[in-house]
Design a protein around this ligand. Structure first.
Ligand SMILES: *Cc1c(COP(=O)(O)O)cnc(C)c1O
Length: 243
């Protein structure tokens, strides 16, 4: 059983990587220009550990408690090849203290107050925190994130926070598998990033665009994604994924 799971995971990973490479080339980039974050939220730690063994070093979780549990349970394959954890879902301010020491990037900063809390904890840790701002590009009421017009007015407040680096923006497409709509939203996000980059203070680089999931990561790369967050396509055939 374990060997079957192993080969299935390797096959899935190879397929996703090949798709990423092809999409990257279409947009004049290389596979290495796109980071693949393997989202492990629907699988147990044992499967996630096998995904790491298969070569996926960036792992993402959408719930803080689940990230804490897996980050404790899963081991680095080797010290020079450490796992990088990504917090990709809503993070409550009272969970920042436990989450920050475990993660290399928080994709889902959705308010200035959360950003301020991360800054405070990063100062205590004496380690700068890398974050992305989540933008609610689809305007969907059920989604978290800054409104597209809410980021720029807060730049001056954000720039004062010396212990966070805002590396870019994150978004989710509105869903329901409408790929035309998803492409439009990714393009809008990219345009927003380009526009913001022109007015952003120098300590806010905004070079990264985290967008695209199993159903739409190739489109997201077409439209400029530098990071894709892929879950179900990686664990397909291994477990029945929850929704
Ligand atoms: C679950 C999740 C993903 C991955 O979704 P899949 O469709 O399983 O690839 C990506 N990003 C966020 C924020 C998620 O919650």
């Amino acid at each position: 059983m374990t060997t079957e799971i192993n080969s299935q995971l390797r096959e899935n990973l190879a397929k996703v990587r090949a798709n990423i490479a092809a999409a990257a080339r279409r947009s004049g980039r290389q596979e290495s220009d796109i980071a693949l974050v393997g989202v492990t939220k629907t699988v147990e730690a044992k499967i996630a550990q096998m995904l790491v063994a298969a070569g996926c070093r960036d792992l993402g979780e959408s719930r803080p408690q689940e990230l804490w549990a897996k980050a404790t349970a899963i081991h680095d394959p080797s010290p020079e090849n450490a796992i990088r954890w990504h917090m990709i879902g809503h993070l409550q301010r009272n969970k920042v203290r436990r989450t920050l020491p475990l993660v290399s990037l928080i994709h889902s900063v959705d308010s200035l107050r959360l950003l301020e809390e991360i800054d405070r904890e990063a100062r205590t840790l004496e380690r700068p925190a890398a974050v992305l701002l989540e933008v609610n590009i689809s305007g969907d009421q059920t989604k978290h994130g800054f409104g597209p017009n809410e980021v720029e007015p807060q730049f001056s407040e954000m720039a004062k926070l010396e212990h966070v680096t805002i590396q870019g923006l994150m978004c989710m497409a509105s869903g329901e598998g409408d790929l035309v709509q998803a492409r439009r939203e990714f393009a809008t996000q990219r345009e927003l990033r380009d526009r913001l980059q022109r007015t952003a203070p120098p300590n806010i680089p905004l070079t990264e665009l985290s967008m695209g999931m199993s159903g739409d990561y190739e489109i997201a790369i077409d439209e400029g994604a530098t990071m894709v967050r892929v879950g179900s396509a990686l664990v397909e055939g291994v477990v029945r994924t929850a929704t």
